[in-house]
Design a protein around this ligand. Structure first.
Ligand SMILES: Nc1nc2c(c(=O)[nH]1)N[C@H]1C(S)=C(S)[C@@H](COP(=O)(O)OP(=O)(O)OC[C@H]3O[C@@H](n4cnc5c(=O)[nH]c(N)nc54)[C@H](O)[C@@H]3O)O[C@H]1N2
Ligand SMILES: Nc1nc2c(c(=O)[nH]1)N[C@H]1C(S)=C(S)[C@@H](COP(=O)(O)OP(=O)(O)OC[C@H]3O[C@@H](n4cnc5c(=O)[nH]c(N)nc54)[C@H](O)[C@@H]3O)O[C@H]1N2
Ligand SMILES: [Mo]
Length: 676
């Protein structure tokens, strides 16, 4: 059984738990507690991928738990929005106030004027899609399309393979060729690194496709420094090569796929030279990559998320995921594709919610938050309920989000662990527990894993777990029952397969299906209705603006010629832990671009376009491809000189498939700011 109480509040003990933050690895974590206080967090060995180490970010997690930015009590706004002045109230006062406003808003505008807003936060099975869904579904609020991440890659994987499980970390050493396509595990999933090292020691070749020469790209056999957003033509040029030179596995295509001819037809125009023209990668290098891929077995492509964050992201992901099917790379250990394995266990987060069906209320794409707050009517958004998310830092078109949050007639609740940028615009603040103070079920999406997250310490201040707060509100509004977090946990456990639930309760970790190492087309097959790979999904051809595999040109203009990308940073998980960043973030720029603008390292610069501008220091960096500049993902407003981040430059346009965010379609100009 899960523990029902935090460990003894005196003496020293080590408690095993798991990290549920939004990262593929889902580490086992050993937390050392002394006199009721965490003194250390480190890796445990229960999850075989963790290998006793964790990232530097989570090692610093106690600084968040006990830090000065921690939100300790419920509070109600005093001063103007954005000023950050709040008065402490009791939980009952805060919840009564919220419930009363929800009823008023429903009366005046219908409950669709209420927009719940959440994303990754603690990414487990308990902290989202449980009692929060009971509350918001039952009250018939607007619904949220949670598309800020993995929507295009997810749409592609769903349409082509029905989200068939992918190759997991342990099988990388079997590959003879590994392609890291728009993914940077050196920062964003560090437990893949030893497996990559092992593979290379065993003779595997490494190809990295990334606009930056990351440390992995610098070690790679081939680095294709691609123009952001041009992965689709590159992948199609590889397909063309495979088809034209009969490197295809015709028997496999006939037996296991549909749509190969249509894909072939769309790829036909993408010669190496044309692909080189738009991707900025030399045609000879593309050919070299194509020939290496055709000749290598087992060949493994890891499709990341960097390549999805643009107008062509969905088709690009589909074209990349189609490579092993066309090239005949499945059916061997270490061959095929590897991407999110969040569906690999077949456990639907909301499976137990079937008794509370989703209403047919308005669906709001979260990437359009700014638009929704400033433009939507019938009904307008009158209340925003933010949890598991820091939208002012992480959503596109930051200036419009800010404008919306400043509206005096918008009632905003922010339920948070620390005082984020978004909190400053709240009418009511609610303090949330962190994963060392609550239960959860952590699900890895790199390795296939499911682990119990334990309550290691008593909640700090008056923080409460999501399960209790949402059920308490649901009861106040007559759509559910208040319950203890452990009751919700038991209910979620009871909806898992009985053996999984028993193992989780007994040992904190369950044995993954296929022993965690599925071989594609041996152990696992497409989960599409006909069990085939749909290389050319017709319904997507109809919905994508340029059709399936249709390339939309680069959005650069003479005024804004540079592509701004915002890769995952080692310091934060999205914006989580951003409060600990002390120095201003630095814009990285290629020497040629700096020289053309008369800029040098440490110069304060203006990075701008028609949507906004960011003031920050810059650094010359030869590892960034010419024409591209970078700022880290997840910055807080305090991390730039003018309180705006890359998202102030990001349009709220949507990806071709899945309605995803186009973070890397920001096109900007950079100029000196003068001395700062
Ligand atoms: N340390 C840390 N770890 C994280 C996170 C974090 O914020 N910090 N975030 C977590 C989350 S939410 C996610 S979704 C994953 C993301 O994990 P990754 O997919 O690794 O994420 P990114 O850093 O967004 O992008 C990876 C690489 O893609 C490159 N890139 C950018 N645009 C393009 C493009 O158009 N084409 C190609 N080929 N490459 C491009 C970037 O330079 C970057 O090196 O990581 C998770 N892990
Ligand atoms: N410019 C740019 N922006 C990006 C990206 C990019 O590449 N470039 N990447 C995007 C990606 S991949 C993602 S996934 C999104 C993520 O964007 P968000 O979903 O906003 O993720 P975080 O910034 O991690 O914020 C999560 C917040 O939830 C809170 N939280 C954690 N656990 C709990 C809990 O149990 N209860 C409650 N109430 N709160 C909790 C944390 O304190 C944290 O402040 O950002 C996106 N933003
Ligand atoms: Mo993400």
């Amino acid at each position: 059984m899960p523990r029902t109480k935090a460990p003894e509040t005196w003496g020293r003990s080590t408690v095993r738990t798991a990290c549920p933050l939004d990262c593929p690895d889902s580490c086992t974590v050993d937390v050392t507690v002394e006199n009721g206080r965490i003194v250390k967090m480190d890796g445990g060995d229960a999850n075989p991928v963790t290998r006793n180490y964790i990232c530097g970010k989570v090692r610093r997690f106690p600084e968040r738990v006990y830090g000065e930015d921690r939100l300790l009590y419920p509070a109600i706004r005093q001063g103007a929005k954005g000023q950050g002045t709040f008065t402490r109230v009791t939980w009952d006062e805060a919840l009564d106030h919220i419930a009363a406003r929800m009823l008023e808003i429903r009366e005046a505008h219908t409950a669709e004027a209420i927009l719940p807003f959440c994303y990754g936060g603690s990414n487990g099975l308990l902290t989202q899609d449980t009692n929060d869904a009971v509350l918001f579904r039952g009250f018939r609020t607007s619904r949220l399309a949670r598309t800020v991440c993995a929507a295009p890659t997810g749409a592609a994987n769903q349409a082509l393979y029905g989200k068939m499980p992918g190759v997991t970390y342990h099988d990388y050493p079997h590959a003879r060729l590994i392609v890291l396509w728009g993914v940077n595990p050196g920062a964003s999933g560090i437990h893949l690194m030893p497996f990559l090292k092992e593979a290379r020691a065993a003779g595997a070749k490494l190809v990295v496709i990334d606009p930056r020469a990351t440390s992995l790209a610098r070690q790679a056999d081939l680095h294709l420094a691609i123009q952001p957003g041009a992965d689709l033509p590159l992948a199609l040029a590889i397909h063309r090569h495979l088809f034209e030179n009969r490197h295809t596995d015709e028997a496999f295509l006939a037996q296991h796929t549909t749509g190969a001819e249509s894909l072939r037809a769309r790829a036909a125009e993408w010669t190496f030279e044309r692909a080189a023209d738009v991707s900025g990668v030399d045609a000879a290098l593309i050919r070299q990559f194509a020939e290496l891929y055709a000749a290598s077995t087992p060949a493994l492509v890891r499709c990341g998320w960097g390549l999805e964050r643009n107008r062509n992201g969905g088709s690009a992901a589909a074209a990349i995921l189609a490579l092993p099917a066309v090239g005949g790379k499945f059916g061997v250990r270490g061959g095929g594709f590897s991407m999110s394995n969040s569906s690999a266990w077949g456990i639907k987060a909301a499976a137990w919610m079937d008794e509370t069906p989703e209403p047919d209320t308005r669906l709001v794409n979260m990437n359009h938050l700014g638009r929704a707050l400033t433009e939507y009517d019938s009904p307008p958004v009158k209340m925003l309920f933010v949890y598991n998310c820091n939208p002012l830092a992480t959503m596109p078109d930051q200036n419009r989000v800010l404008q919306g949050l400043q509206r005096d007639d918008l009632f905003t609740v922010v339920y948070e662990q620390v005082v984020t940028d978004t909190c400053r615009y709240a009418d009511v603040l609610l303090p949330a527990t962190t994963f060392v103070e609550n239960y959860d079920i952590a699900r890895g999406y790199g390795p296939i894993s499911l682990q119990l997250v334990q309550r290691v310490i008593e909640p700090v201040g008056e923080a409460r777990p999501n399960a209790e707060v949402f059920s308490a509100l649901a009861e106040r509004l007559g759509v559910g029952q208040a319950e203890e977090e452990t009751d919700t946990l038991l209910r979620v456990l009871s909806k898992l397969p009985p053996d999984v639930s028993a193992e989780l309760s007994a040992s904190g970790i369950a044995t993954p299906p296929y022993n965690g190492v599925p071989v594609q087309f041996v152990d696992v097959f497409p989960l599409t209705p006909d069990r085939k790979v749909h290389l050319f999904p017709d319904f997507l051809d109809k919905s994508a603006p340029a059709g399936m595999y249709g390339y939309q040109p680069d959005p650069a203009t003479p005024d804004y010629p540079l592509a701004l990308i915002s890769p995952a940073s080692e310091k934060t998980v999205s914006s989580t832990l951003g409060e600990l960043r002390e120095r201003a973030a630095v814009l990285q720029m290629n020497p040629a671009d700096a020289e053309a603008r008369g800029l040098s390292t440490d110069d304060p610069v203006r990075v701008f376009n028609a949507l906004g501008e960011v003031h920050c220091p810059m650094a010359i960096n030869k590892d960034i491809r010419p024409g591209t500049v970078t700022l880290p993902k997840g910055l807080w407003r305090k991390s730039t000189y003018n309180g705006l981040t890359s998202n102030a430059l990001v349009p709220d346009t949507l990806t071709d498939l899945g309605g995803g965010a186009c973070f890397n379609d920001a096109r900007v100009q950079v100029a000196s700011l003068g001395r700062h």
